[in-house]
Design a binder for this molecule. Structure first.
Ligand code: CMP
Length: 474
């Protein structure tokens, strides 16, 4: 009895000191068995029992102690004490199997002849009562041995997709992308096909189908799609995307875009981002996504509808063009085109050649330098950018990307230079603005690299611009 009480106390103290809650649970189970053992010993010593009952309890009560000891020893040996987690190599189900096997050996030693009789009778009763449970249990053990998946893997079990969060004796618990738990009984798993998205590697290929007009040649469509998704961070860098012509369908050429990701949980977000990027890129390149036409009618593939009055208002708001007359503004707008960019898209990329400038008509854009996420400037409706390359022929000095969906008016170099030569006052204003921005960029670069300013003198930049435009150099 004293042994039982001592062990009960020791396991309760151990439970209070360790951090692992799973181990704590096991210690509590053992503590209960030690308590029962102590109670049985007490009854045997002081109770006034019938001889037959006394003999039964005497024969069986050491099993309570044996189970408590085996359970506590296995739990303490296999689980970390200071961390609240299950070890990967010995999940709960395996620990329980080891405990059960050791207990069976102990029972054999303690009960000897009675063991066979007890287990034979018990097996028949249990076999009938626990048919399903035993099926789950054996399938659970098979899963542990075969290891078709582990905790944390993305799987499809019995038609349910999710991340494995727990494997117990009875069932496997997966957490779906919607955040719900689906509990699949192990016996169902044993009969069903299992798809493991996290093995043999974490790469998963996602295929997206998209239709483009027969008017656009496949190579142009392919190049547009690949360029649109070039910088997509959810695409695995080590496996390049592919665009294949999948079908010459009734009203469109169907393309299949194949991209690889290592984050299966984000597959729908990736599909969304790829489709969004492709949409905007198609809009810019004038590639249309046709839809089924049920009634036959002649259709004119017109230019996207542009709200000229909104563009005119944006041009009026641009302080660089504030001095233009209505006629001049209209003339400039006639040489321009409107382009739509989705939030996050790059409009001009630092280091690339540029031959057009832009007026922001709607939205917000960020100017960044040398891949730093910290913006150097924010641009809103009425602001102008891209003038520096256009006026000097230099590569783009910074990256400008859309912070929100942006509508921009793009003015190509050819027409604009002619216009500026006719309007030297506007040329001067733009040159001065470009010069100020160049100084700001140099300052930012100097602060970041902690180096002294090594800027091009203002005079020389302006002269270069004027020279480039073919204006007289002052
Ligand atoms: P460009 O060099 O053609 O391409 C990048 C553009 O970013 C650049 O022209 C400018 O229009 C714009 N830019 C550069 N520095 C600044 C700044 N400090 N403030 C606002 N816009 C800038």
């Amino acid at each position: 009895m004293l042994i039982g009480l001592g062990l009960l106390l020791a396991s309760l103290v151990a439970r209070a000191t360790i951090k692992n809650r799973h181990l704590g649970g096991k210690l509590l189970v053992s503590a209960t068995f030690f308590g029962l053992y102590a109670a049985a010993a007490l009854v045997l010593q002081y109770g006034d029992l019938a001889a037959d009952l006394q003999a039964q309890i005497t024969a069986f009560h050491p099993l309570l102690l044996a189970f408590g000891l085996i359970n506590i020893s296995v739990a303490l040996a296999l689980n970390p004490w200071r961390e609240d987690r299950l070890p990967d190599r010995f999940p709960n189900i395996v620990q329980d199997a080891i405990t059960a096997a050791l207990f069976a050996i102990a029972a054999m030693l303690v009960l000897r002849d009675r063991f066979l009789a007890a287990t034979a009778a018990g097996a028949v009763v249990l076999g009938f009562a626990l048919q399903d449970t035993l099926g789950n249990l054996i399938a659970g053990l098979a899963i542990q041995v075969e290891k078709p998946f582990r905790i944390g893997h993305w799987v499809n079990l019995g038609g349910h997709e999710g991340q494995v969060s727990e494997i117990t004796w009875r069932a496997t618990k997966i957490r779906t992308k919607a955040g719900n738990f689906v509990i699949v009984p192990n016996s169902v798993l044993a009969k069903d096909t299992i798809t493991n998205y996290s093995e043999p590697t974490s790469h998963t290929r996602i295929e997206l189908h998209i239709g483009a007009s027969y008017d656009s040649p496949p190579n142009e469509v392919r190049a547009t799609i690949l360029e649109a998704i070039r910088d997509e961070p959810l695409i695995a860098r080590d496996r390049p995307p592919e665009v294949l012509v999948a079908d010459f369908a009734a009203y469109a050429i169907t393309y299949v875009i194949r991209v690889w990701t290592t984050d299966f949980g984000a597959d729908q977000r990736l599909a969304d981002r790829v489709r969004t990027a492709v949409y905007y890129a198609f809009r810019r390149r004038g590639i249309s996504i046709p839809y089924p036409i049920q009634v036959e009618f002649q259709r004119e593939w017109a230019e996207p509808v542009v709200d000229r009055s909104a563009l005119d208002a944006a041009m009026r708001g641009a302080h660089l063009f504030a001095a233009l007359t209505d006629h001049q503004r209209t003339e400039l707008l006639q040489r321009a085109r409107c382009a739509l960019y989705g939030a996050g898209e790059t409009i001009v990329r630092q280091g690339e050649p540029g031959s057009s400038m832009f007026v922001m008509a709607r939205g917000e854009a960020l100017v960044t330098l040398d891949r730093s996420p910290e913006p150097v400037a924010r641009l809103g409706a009425g602001d102008v950018f891209g003038e520096m390359s256009l006026l000097t022929g230099d590569p783009r000095s910074a990256t400008v990307s859309a912070a929100t969906d942006c509508e921009v008016i793009e003015i190509a170099a050819a027409g604009f230079r002619g216009f500026l030569m006719a309007e030297p006052a506007v040329a001067d204003a733009i040159c001065a603005a470009a010069e100020k921005r160049r100084a700001e960029l140099d300052e930012h670069r100097a602060v970041r690299t902690d180096r002294a300013l090594a800027s091009e003198p203002a005079r020389s930049l302006i002269s270069r611009m004027r020279q480039f435009l073919g204006l007289s150099v002052r």
